[in-house]
Every structure is written in structure tokens, then in C-alpha cells.
Design a binder for this molecule. Structure first.
Ligand code: FAD
Length: 403
């Protein structure tokens, strides 16, 4: 299908996935109007820099702004505009500034941070999701405040890194018995404890927060930790409340349930990025991915399908993180039953971990080995069979381990 100039595409959410959808639609030949609306007032920006460079920046963080000439490509940008409901029967999106008519609609409303119970509204408690959050945190770093970070996940580790670099005293409290529990196996995650210690960050695991009060964090075991600022990084969930009653099917995790063409249960409505889960034939399960690469790739497939294509979306998931002076990357998807193989010395500066299902490489976690990542990603995509002995030898290129 090529769209006529009367066709109206509306994209809800002006984050990476929404922007990428608008740009891809135009690039791939959408001839009608494109309206991109986002609840935030800032011009669209990228989130990964927020827990990295932007926290140190002197101004609003121009490094995070997305360089897209929306006017030049004929995309109407409605900022500070909140979608409140969808009425598919009338092909109408309701917003806080009146209804918007559409022919095709793409849900790209992303995710919102999970609130630590009892912490909302407590002075000195922060989240880190938006440019405004980062702006509120910058003075905390500048004043070298004593900070408690709740959650030793990706955001918690990145913020702890930034806060230490700024000279703050930092304690990270984590309810699980190790950092990144649920993401990485104990043998690997345990190595990361040393990263915290090396950076001068106190990491307290098995430490559930019972309450946050002005100036302190109270743990379930009764301990109290003084905190001039508290940063909560305990995960995010799809921002899809506004779809209630629309007929768009949501999962128990609140993700929009799309099919492998990124179509929702409502005709003419697609969903991409952090707000949607898709069925992966590659991994035999539905995936909800909260990483940048998915917010870039999914929209290209959605745009192709909106324009009459028939493309399945089944990527090899990828993400990176920068923490404690290390560049960390992961590609693929592994389960508890997959065989794990070490490549290099995990006490050294550069090493990888690989997961195999039979002889097939399914995932890789790399610390300071971007070449491993680049090669593994391709091998995982083509479900390459590999030689274990060669794979475990860090001096051998991964691609040379293919059987
Ligand atoms: P979002 O970025 O959440 O954008 C959705 C937008 O929709 C938001 O602006 C929101 O305000 C708007 N919206 C929501 N509801 C409505 C509504 N009802 N009406 C209108 N607008 C609405 N990933 C990596 O792979 N590597 C990293 O190093 C990394 N670092 C990160 C650091 C931080 C601090 C954060 C927060 C995330 C990081 N990520 C990283 C994750 C990555 O940034 C996200 O996966 C990506 O931004 C998701 O894009 P999205 O467009 O789907 O959602």
C-alpha cells in the first residue's frame, strides 16, 4: 500500500520509538500527514545520555537532543500533549487538548519508572527517566550530596558511577542477593560487586527498603542509612494506562500485546518500543524489551508493514551499559537451562560470557570486548553452531569458532 496524501498517521509518544516511527514512515514513502505527539514539553531527546554525559552537563543536555528536522520532513510535532484515550470505532485519539483523528495509529508511549511504595512526594527522592529528572539530579551531584541509590540494576549502577565521579558518597541498596539478579547468573553478577567496591560505592545486597523518610532510608532489618538524596532505580513498566477500554489488548505486565508484524488487536493500530511485547519465534516466547536498539529497530518494521509490507519483527535483542569505567554489552537472550561458557578472565578488564543451546550460540555478555559483541550478534542471528574450545579462547576470534 502506498498512502494517499489524505491518510493520517498519528504516533503517540515522542521518545526514540515514536520519532523513529515518524522518520521511518516518511523515509519509506508515507505520503499522508504524520502527527507525532508527546507528553513531555522538551523537543524529542535520547535517554541513554541521561545517566551518562547529561548528568555532568552544564546546561539542558544538548547531547541528548535528537537531530531531526521535523518540519523539513513534514512531521507535525505536538509537544506537551497527553493522549488520554483511544476510540477506534471513530478512529479518534483523545488528548488533553482535544481529539485527533487518525487512519493509522502507532502507540509509542514507552515506559515509566516503578515508584518505590511510600516514596512518592518525599523530599529528596528522585527517579531517572526524563530530561527533567536529570536536571533535578544535576545539583545533587554538583553539591556532592550523600546519595542512596535503591536498586543495583542498569540505571542504579550508571547513576552510582556518575555520582561517584562527581564526588558524592554513594550507597546502593539492593533487595536481591546480588546486582542484576534476574538478568545475569550469580557467578557473573558476583564479579560486579568488585566494580562497586573499586569505585568506592558501598553495595548492600539483601537489603530491602522498608521506608524512605526525609534524610534517611530505613531498611527492613531496621538499619538506617543517612541520605541527602535518594535515587530510585527499581525498573520501569509500560506507560499504557491511557489505552484502558480501547480494545487494545494488554498483557499482565501492561505491555501492548502486538503480533510479529507489530500490529495490536485493533485494526490500524500498531505498537513499538518499551510499551509493547512481541512474540519471538527465535526465542519461542513473548519479549518485552526496555532497550534502545529495540526502540530504533521496531519502528522500521512497523513502518514497512503500515505501508503494505509483510515483515516479521524478530530481532536479536541488544543493549549496552557504561558503568564503573566499563563498557558492558549484551546480545541475544538466554534461559537458565542454557550452557554458560567463560571467555577470558572475569577478574580482568575484558572478558565475555557466552550461552549455548546445544552447539548453537544464543547469547553473549561482553565486558570491554566490543568485537566479541559485534561478531556474536551476527552468529546468534544466523543460529551458528560453534566449537566450545575455540569459543572459550579469548585469543581466537569468535567467527573462527563456527563449525
Ligand atoms: P520512551 O523513551 O519512554 O518514550 C516514550 C515517550 O512517550 C515519553 O516521552 C513519554 O512522555 C511519552 N508518553 C507516554 N505516555 C504518553 C501519553 N499518554 N501521551 C503522550 N505521550 C506519552 N538502553 C540501552 O540499550 N542502553 C543504555 O545505555 C540505556 N540507558 C538508559 C538510561 C536511562 C536513564 C534510561 C531512562 C533508559 C536507558 N535505556 C538504555 C533504555 C532506552 O532509553 C529505552 O529503551 C528507550 O528510550 C525506549 O524508547 P521509547 O520511545 O519506546 O520510550
Amino acid at each position: 500500500m502506498t498512502s494517499s496524501s489524505e491518510q493520517r498517521a498519528v504516533v503517540v509518544g515522542a521518545g526514540m520509538a515514536g520519532v523513529q516511527t515518524a522518520v521511518s514512515l516518511r523515509e519509506q514513502g508515507w505520503g499522508g500527514t504524520i502527527t507525532l505527539l508527546g507528553a513531555e514539553r522538551h523537543p524529542p531527546y535520547d535517554r541513554p545520555p541521561l545517566s551518562k554525559g547529561v548528568l555532568f552537563g552544564a546546561d539542558e543536555g544538548p547531547g541528548a537532543l535528537l537531530e531531526v528536522d521535523f518540519g523539513g520532513i513534514g512531521v507535525e510535532l505536538l509537544l506537551g500533549r497527553h493522549a488520554s484515550a483511544l476510540r477506534p470505532d471513530e478512529r479518534q485519539l483523545l488528548t488533553d487538548a482535544g481529539p485527533v483523528e487518525y487512519d493509522t495509529l502507532v502507540v509509542a508511549s514507552g515506559a515509566e519508572p516503578i515508584v518505590l511504595p511510600g516514596s512518592a512526594g518525599v523530599p529528596g527522592v528522585h527517579m531517572l527517566r526524563t530530561l527533567d529528572d536529570a536536571a533535578r539530579l544535576r545539583p545533587v551531584l554538583e553539591a556532592r550530596k550523600t546519595v542512596v541509590v535503591v536498586g543495583a540494576g542498569w540505571i542504579g549502577a550508571e547513576f552510582a558511577t556518575a555520582a561517584r565521579n562527581a564526588g558524592c558518597a554513594v550507597t546502593v541498596v539492593e533487595a536481591a542477593d546480588r546486582p542484576l539478579a534476574g538478568v545475569l547468573p550469580e557467578r557473573i553478577a558476583d564479579r560486579m560487586r568488585g566494580w562497586y567496591a573499586e569505585a568506592g560505592v558501598e553495595l548492600r545486597t539483601g537489603a530491602a527498603v522498608a521506608a524512605v523518610e526525609p534524610g534517611l532510608v530505613r531498611l527492613a532489618d531496621g538499619d538506617e542509612i543517612a541520605a541527602e538524596a535518594v535515587v530510585v532505580g527499581i525498573g520501569a513498566r509500560p506507560a499504557t494506562d491511557w489505552l484502558a477500554g480501547s480494545g487494545v489488548d494488554l498483557g499482565p505486565d501492561r505491555a501492548v500485546l502486538v503480533d510479529d508484524r507489530l500490529r495490536t488487536s485493533v485494526p490500524g493500530v500498531y505498537a513499538v518500543g518499551d510499551c509493547a511485547s512481541f512474540p519471538s519465534a527465535r526465542y519461542g516466547r513473548r519479549l518485552l524489551i526496555h532497550h534502545w536498539d529495540n526502540a530504533v529497530q521496531g519502528p522500521r518494521t512497523a513502518a514497512a508493514n503500515i505501508l503494505g509490507g509483510d515483515e516479521a519483527y524478530d530481532p536479536v535483542p541488544y543493549f549496552w551499559s557504561e558503568q564503573f569505567g566499563r563498557f558492558v554489552q549484551y546480545a541475544g537472550y538466554h534461559g537458565a537451562s542454557d550452557e554458560m561458557l567463560l571467555r577470558g578472565d572475569p577478574d580482568g578488564p575484558a572478558w565475555s560470557v557466552l550461552w549455548l543451546r546445544g552447539d548453537v550460540l544464543v547469547a553473549l555478555f561482553a565486558v570491554g570486548r566490543p568485537r566479541d559483541l559485534a561478531q556474536a550478534r551476527k552468529l546468534i542471528a544466523r543460529e551458528a553452531r560453534v566449537d566450545r574450545t575455540l569459543l572459550a579462547d579469548p585469543a581466537v576470534q569468535l567467527r573462527a569458532a563456527v563449525l
